[in-house]
Design a protein around this ligand. Structure first.
Ligand code: ADP
Length: 371
């Protein structure tokens, strides 16, 4: 397949809405890149620009190293898969799979060979004579994939292809799709607003907000080292807890001052030395729900009040309010193992893994030296 690249792309729609701002991103040959962000952040716009369905206002779009800005869509050789499948309702599965090949006037034997290949790959063998309305959502999605596959494109561009499926089926098809893309070594740009889908499918995940790239990294890096508060608050379910606080000197080490409370932080000397640079500065701190724990009676932690508890069987998501946070009563979520009974209004004390604290500056960017 082929590599893809966006170089300094701006897009302003007629009427003046600027949807994309200086966007730079390369997708390697064979890589699956998931592009994720909230609704309206510009994901579909980027896909449409690469497919040639719309023109960039500035910058270069490359497929296989070639600048394709001036090529019409049919000559870009990319296959798009949409959420509404766009299958031809009056054609059988076989007819739908054959259609792009017939359009290219391929010999009949070649068409039959390609259709058989895609049908076997996608488990559609027994369904070739059915019409789309005789298929389940998951099967229709597979036919749409098959139709993209038989074209043997330079790359796949997928726009929320699973979003019409119910939750359980989505997880199943997601796993199948991931395995298929791996097997094919298919260069794929996969657009979704669902961070779990992006994290499970993407070799790398690019996070977009308001038309600007926030971070592009493998899922684990994105989770463990978010570049800014937007990424920290978007990735993870529940996402990272973010709250304003200051570092303060405490007992020869450092403490975290949350309003009236000061929480001593158990840190190595090296970390204390690094973090001293931000002593007393107003910062935003972040901690993942799994790095908050219930402190025992004699333990030290953030004093908080239970507002809700979600019992999920293997874990409990404990929602608390902290009156000392700014704004007062700001919420934190802790992920606690197993089922623990809580009642609303109960006072709890939450300790945190100090070494897993993230620090962000006034501009929202992650500070060096934190995790
Ligand atoms: P996403 O796919 O992330 O939901 P879009 O790429 O569809 O976002 O849209 C990005 C921004 O561009 C939005 O503010 C949207 O309203 C605007 N937009 C999209 N298409 C057009 C259009 N044809 N004309 C004007 N504005 C548009």
């Amino acid at each position: 397949m082929a590599s893809l690249a966006f170089e300094h792309i701006d897009k302003t729609y007629p009427g003046g809405t600027q949807a994309i701002f200086d966007f730079n991103l390369a997708v390697a040959d064979g890589e699956v890149l998931a592009l994720v962000g909230p609704s309206g952040c510009g994901k579909s716009t980027l896909l449409r620009l690469l497919a040639g369905l719309d023109d960039a206002t500035r910058g270069d779009l490359r497929i296989g190293g070639e600048v394709v800005n001036d090529l019409p869509p049919q000559r870009r050789n990319v296959a798009m898969v949409f959420q509404d499948y766009a299958l031809y309702p009056h054609m059988t599965v076989r007819g739908n799979l054959e259609f792009p090949l017939k359009m290219r006037n391929l010999p009949r034997a070649e068409i039959a060979r390609q259709v058989a290949w895609a049908a076997e790959l996608l488990g559609l063998d027994g369904l070739l004579d059915r019409l789309p309305r005789q298929l389940s959502g998951g099967q229709r999605q597979r036919v749409a994939m098959g139709r993209a596959l038989v074209r043997q494109p330079a790359a796949f561009l997928m726009d929320e292809p699973l979003s019409n499926l119910d939750a359980r089926l989505r997880v199943q098809i997601r796993a199948e799709l991931s395995e298929l893309l791996d097997r094919l070594g298919a260069t794929t740009l996969y657009v979704t607003h669902d961070q779990a889908e992006a994290m499970t499918l993407g070799d790398r995940v690019a996070v977009l907000d308001c038309g600007r790239l926030q971070q592009a990294a493998p899922p684990q890096i994105l989770y463990e080292q978010p570049a800014n508060t937007f990424v920290a608050g978007f990735i993870g379910n529940p996402p990272m807890n973010l709250f304003p606080a200051r570092l303060t000197a405490a007992d020869g080490g450092l403490g975290l001052r949350l309003g009236e409370q000061t929480l001593p932080l158990a840190l190595s000397t090296a970390v204390v030395e690094r973090w001293r640079a931000w002593l007393d500065a107003p910062l935003t701190f972040g901690v993942r729900p799994e790095h908050l724990h219930l402190a025992g009676d004699d333990g030290e932690g953030v004093r908080a009040t239970v507002s809700d508890a979600e019992y999920l069987g293997h874990e409990t998501l404990l929602h608390v309010r902290v009156d000392d946070l700014d704004p007062p009563g700001a919420a934190l979520v802790a992920r606690l193992p197993g089922i623990r009974p809580f009642h609303k209004g109960e006072a709890v004390c939450l300790s945190l893994d100090a070494a897993r604290l993230h620090g962000f500056g006034p501009d929202g960017k992650a500070l060096d030296g934190f995790c």
